[in-house]
Design a protein around this ligand. Structure first.
Ligand SMILES: [Zn+2]
Length: 337
């Protein structure tokens, strides 16, 4: 009987090691770092698909707080920023990503007024996302932020600039080369709106759910996918190759359904965009068009949900930003939450 305890120990050891060695996620246990953050394959093109959680990465945020348009007072403060971070983390924590207050840069100058708009620059950025659930409004250009922004921009952190009402929120995809990867969100609704989470979705590489809506019959958008990194695996599943490059979000043509698929879906966004003209097209059937109306990366009203594969894609690009130096930028994780 003396060998029994040894055998028992070996069985225990084998069980505890299988999570690391097997490669496949264990259904009952959280994944390890390799599975959750690194491992990709043709069947699972983003890390941690199928994982029940895994180790959390924390990114520090540098907040830029300006004075209001009249230079009277600062437009945000630590209490408000912490409350907003909590809302953001309620969206991203379930997918292993945590945002923490790194530093607040109070910039002692009036934020540019929206009447001083400098059109042209933001068009190249692409992710305008205004208030009231829409993605509209002029984005303030980085060049209007003054030398204080350049001096204090943190190349290891997530940089968020609080903006005054009237300007539209926007952020920047991780794969386009630029010096300043900045995220712009309104100070007045930072605590209560999911738009900051939406913009950080773009920052972590998420497209709108209606991305490439016009290509309904394309076999693959792989060439577009290849623009973000050369060594992205070619997934087996078609839905990882088209649209927003995730499978968990159904096809969404938002306000372009008439042109795209010949039916009217304006009832879905009537709430945010009232006063739609009567359409000459028939209403879309559920089979033609049933987008997620709650998805964070949609433009519908009540958006707060990230699917598991959107979360996995966000992890992929967070890891990319941790691993890759991009014009001086390289995120540094600050430890587990
Ligand atoms: Zn957007």
């Amino acid at each position: 009987m003396r060998s029994a305890p040894l055998l028992f120990t070996l069985i225990l050891l084998a069980t505890s090691l299988s999570g690391c060695l097997g490669g496949e996620p264990d259904e009952d246990e959280p994944c390890d770092e390799q599975q959750y953050w690194h491992q990709v394959s043709e069947a699972s093109p983003y890390p941690g698909l199928g994982c029940e959680g895994g180790p959390i990465r924390t990114l520090a945020v540098t907040f830029f707080v300006y004075r209001d348009n009249d230079n009277a007072s600062y437009i945000s403060n630590e209490t408000s920023l912490l409350a907003g971070l909590e809302l953001i983390n309620s969206v991203f924590n379930p997918h292993g990503i945590n945002f923490a207050l790194g530093e607040i840069i109070n910039v002692n100058r009036a934020f540019p007024d929206v009447e001083d708009e400098q059109e042209g620059e933001t068009g190249t950025v692409g992710n305008s996302s205004g208030g009231a659930g829409g993605d509209f409004g002029d984005g303030v250009p980085v060049s209007a932020l003054g030398t204080e922004f350049e001096q204090h921009y943190n190349f290891s952190n997530v940089n968020i600039i609080l903006i005054t009402d009237g300007w539209g929120a926007y952020s920047m995809y991780p794969w386009h080369d630029r010096t300043y990867y900045a995220t712009f969100v309104r100070a007045s609704t930072f605590e209560t709106s999911y738009i900051p989470s939406h913009e950080l979705g773009h920052f972590t590489g998420l497209y709108h759910t209606h991305q490439y809506h016009e290509y309904t019959d394309s076999d693959s958008d792989l060439e577009r996918a290849s623009s973000w990194t050369d060594d992205w695996v070619v997934p087996n599943e078609q839905c990882y190759l088209t649209g927003d490059f995730v499978c968990g979000t159904p096809y969404d043509c938002y306000q372009w359904c008439e042109e795209d698929i010949g039916c009217d879906a304006s009832d879905l966004y009537q709430g945010e965009k009232p006063g739609q003209e009567e359409s000459e097209y028939p209403d879309c059937t559920l089979e033609q068009h049933s987008p997620s109306l709650e998805n964070l990366m949609s433009r519908y009203g009540d958006r707060s949900v990230l699917t598991d594969d959107q979360g996995a894609r966000a992890r992929y690009f967070v890891q990319y930003m941790l691993d890759t130096e991009r014009m001086g930028n390289q995120l540094v994780a600050v430890g587990d939450a």
